[in-house]
Write a protein that binds this ligand. Structure first.
Ligand code: PMP
Length: 462
């Protein structure tokens, strides 16, 4: 295969200069980067000219695909008109005002105010601080703890990383660093007891949550945060009845319910927002990624008027809301997000996800019959195949991640990018996919499974 000198020197420069996020640095030094050079629709090309279907939409986020010129045009025009302005001290600009209005209109009733950040992590950090501030202002200074779930993902900054329930994001970072309790991961395949139905599993987890509420004391618990469908931890849809049970508990004990929709939001599950798929009503919501198809860094939190009124009174006492980012509501990012949402509406991309759900999910379930696959799961246009050493007993490979890494290599060879979370292979294609694209993605995944199985057998991995 032709390997361009440019890519070689670039690769060397990358190895010499960068610490990559979520990467084994020593392995990276050995194997080097896959340098992605350009994109078109659902495909990207590397510097060796090889093309891939981007089966994870970048990082679960590029709804409109990798070549939407309208977003480039809007960014350019906004840069010419007003490339930057902030929103501190009562300053404002039209794109951020319009986007805030749009988000309030799109999201379920009861989310009445918007605060902009650059990343999902910052949005969740802001939620922690906002909730603390709110409870201090309400005269409830003890009400500060958060409840989250094992394997949940809410970001990596100090507070959001504390909410995340993945060991790799905690270990040696001295996290959690805020008061948080992580509850059992609501994944029936892995954490259901032998013979326990999904409904029984959900009821047990809700009872566990109530026991933790009572043990900690509801007057010390501020909020429960969860992704409607847990995504980055392994794409795990909740068991039926789980969210209704959790919502009822939160109402009973005056605990705010936070829906982290950074991945589930804007149609990923076939409904506009994930909480609508599972039928619960959050007090606070985090959004990012598909809001702007990740063409710009942007995230936001939305919250109820009740929270706003308490917070607003307090800022009046203190003479300011002492929180915000230089780029909160950045005019280019918010202008691009508005155009991205307009495109999603014009092309009915959320409807597209709903229409293609059956094709995608049934195709994944078919791959679930492969001997390497313990469980095939998902909802809407997100899914995962969990690879196991023994299908009957669900025994994972040891060490976890080795076979996932092989599958990643074989996926690349087959022209498919997905995300291996340990040995769980996650797919989350751009929302612009059509039936034929889904068929092609699943065919490439099948090839990947076959080649991975051959290597697992050849290398004697068990
Ligand atoms: N919440 C969820 C549910 C996420 O999936 C992510 C990122 N994958 C985040 C928060 C953090 O977002 P960011 O990487 O933009 O900080």
């Amino acid at each position: 295969m032709f390997v361009s000198p440019l890519s070689n020197s670039l690769a060397a420069a990358d190895i010499a200069s960068t610490l990559h996020p979520n990467t084994n640095a020593r392995l990276h030094e050995k194997n080097g980067p896959v340098i992605i050079e350009r994109g078109d629709g659902i495909r990207v090309w590397d510097t060796n000219g090889k093309d891939y279907i981007e089966g994870l939409a970048g990082l679960w986020s590029v709804a409109v695909g990798f070549s939407e010129k309208r977003l480039a045009d809007v960014a350019y025009q906004q840069m010419l008109k007003l490339p930057y302005y902030h929103t501190f001290a009562s300053k404002a600009h039209e794109p951020s005002i319009r986007l805030a209005e749009k988000l309030i209109e799109m999201t379920p009733a009861g989310l009445d105010r918007v605060f902009f950040t650059n990343s999902g992590s910052e949005a969740n950090d802001t939620i922690v601080k906002l909730v603390w501030y709110y409870n201090n202002a309400r005269g409830l200074p003890k009400k500060k703890k958060f409840l989250a779930r094992n394997k949940g993902y809410h970001g990596i900054t100090v507070a959001s990383g504390s909410l995340t329930g993945l060991p790799v994001n905690h270990k040696d970072f001295d996290l959690p660093a805020i008061p948080v309790r992580h509850l059992t991961c609501p994944h029936h395949y892995r954490f259901g007891l032998p013979g326990e139905s999904e409904a029984e599993f959900a009821a047990r987890l809700v009872a566990e949550a109530e026991a933790v509420f009572l043990e900690e004391g509801p007057d010390t618990i501020a909020a429960f945060i969860g992704e409607p469908l847990m995504a980055a931890g392994g794409v795990m849809p909740p068991p039926e009845g789980y969210w209704q049970g959790i919502e009822a508990l939160c109402r009973k004990y005056d605990i705010l319910l936070v829906s982290d929709e950074v991945i589930c939001g804007f149609g990923r599950l076939g409904t506009p927002f994930g909480c609508q798929k599972y039928g619960f009503k959050p007090d606070i919501m985090t959004v990012s990624k598909q809001i702007v198809s990740s063409y710009m860094p942007l995230a936001a939190l939305l919250f109820s008027d009740e929270i706003y009124q308490v917070v607003a009174d307090n800022t009046n006492k203190l003479n300011s809301f002492g929180h915000g980012f230089t780029a909160s509501g950045h005019p280019v990012a918010t202008a691009v997000a508005l155009e991205n949402l307009a495109i999603m509406e014009e092309r009915d991309l959320m409807g597209n996800a709903a229409r293609l759900e059956a094709t995608f999910q049934s195709g994944l379930r078919r791959l679930g019959a492969h001997p390497l696959v313990g469980e095939a799961r998902g909802a809407g246009l997100i899914g995962a195949l969990e690879l196991v050493a023994d299908k009957a007993t669900k025994r994972p490979f040891d060490p976890i991640g080795r076979v996932g890494a092989i599958a990643t290599e074989e996926g690349h060879a087959a022209g498919l990018i997905f995300r291996a979370i340990g040995d769980q292979l996650a797919l989350c294609p751009p929302l612009i996919v059509n039936e034929a694209d889904i068929t092609e993605i699943l065919a490439r995944m099948e090839t990947t499974l076959e080649r991975t199985a051959a290597r697992v057998a050849a290398e004697g991995i068990a």
